[in-house]
Design a binder for this molecule. Sequence first.
Ligand SMILES: [Zn+2]
Length: 519
Amino acid sequence: MHQSLRPSSLVPSGFVVESAIHDADTTTITVRASKDSGTCPSCGTVSRRVHSRYHRRVSDLPLSGRSVQLLVVARRFRCDAVLCGRQIFVERFASDVLAPSARRTGRLDCIVHHLGLALGGRPAASFARRLMLPVSNDTLLRVVRRRARVPTEPLHVIGIDDWAWRRNHRYGTIVCDLERRRPVSLLPDREPATAAAWLERHHQITVVARDRGGGYAEAITRALPHATQVADRWHLMENASRAFLDAVRKTMRQIRTAIGATTINPDLLTAAERLQYEGYQRREEINAAILALARDKVPIKEIVRRLGHSRQVVRQVVRGERQDIFRTRQSSLDRFLPWLDAQWSSGCRNGADLWRRLKEQGFRGSLRVVTEWATRRRRAERADAENLQRIPSARTIARLMTIARNNLSKADTVTITAIENGVPCLVDARETIAEFHAMVRNKNDVGLAIWIERARTSPVASFASGVAKDELAVRAAITLPWSNGQTEGQITKLKLVKRQMYGRGKIDLLQARLIGVPT
Ligand SMILES: [Zn+2]
């Protein structure tokens, strides 16, 4: 159905357009209420007797790129009720359309509020200018504060946690309604007294999720002794893992001994040497093939094509420039290697000295052959020493020890087996922590008391006594569905808002922007 556009449909409902004029960037629309009567605010009597008229100037939503001013012709009515003390009253409009003494229409105020919530004062103000909305930075912040929604629903399950105004300097407290999944209050610090004062005003709260630090626990116990406290599940899991890591750290000396015993592995060393030797053999085969072709007067270009080796390699081989130290030099030493090895092991490591004494044994080779052998030997020993020191960090060991055995590489398996055999108390610690994790994961606290008893004599005893000290809250964390994870999410949102405010935000404004968001 088509309807022609009436000017009155452009202004807030309940008003009728009388006239409109516009200049370069402002449209001024004169309007009056469409109703012909007013209701006395004191006695509720409806009156049609107009006493006088006056003008109210208010801002409205922009129109076609121009900001809009409404010139409202408002009336004063006479109240005729006999017993009403009021003789004259001014006409009122629906509060969501135009609130008493407001400077903006309800619909503009709403946009301004949302701009302020989304962008904060200064960025919102410059964006508002673009949108032809006549509001300043201060106005935006004022609107955000004024319209801040104060949650009125009764609170039953809350999460409480701290957040950083400035890291390591100043902290505040956030309270979240875990049932409705939204923040309800920001407190200016994280003192137990402040939290307790707030909690005392909300006696209907029955469950409070909080972290495992002492402050909030103390406040809750004081202010809401009847409430169930819930330790944070994520932190419980995390602390348990950390307890195991600490156990690994404490036994690093034993671990080093246990791993060291496996690293000097003669099989591995011969394997390394075998690799080296295989490489040498491969090179020898290549050289032989090239030389065979060269002897048959095959041109270099053709050899490159047939064998697929680079031109440079082929040329080097043909010219006899590619030396392979491995055998040609060492072969003359082969016969004497057992003797050399014995000398080396007994501490005689000077190449020249070895060469002189080797000559007495019948060696015909040059000094260089022996000094190069000594260099290689020294290098190999250094590599071994480095291998020995390559012991994984405590963090890596803790991780390797707790992941499934079939996800480990072969080398890691060897390492972990060595640790498990050499430091059996770590196996005990790992099992204790795994049991705790399983209880949390399966939401089953039946074995907790026994677990605490047993864990107290294990390498993770300090974690166990921490759990024992906070046993009720830990039990609640295992069995109840509530957790502070949600609160952490709200803190992330809070940080975002805070950053937009360049860290200059006052707490009421921060709260208005975080909590005032209409759902
Ligand atoms: Zn009245």
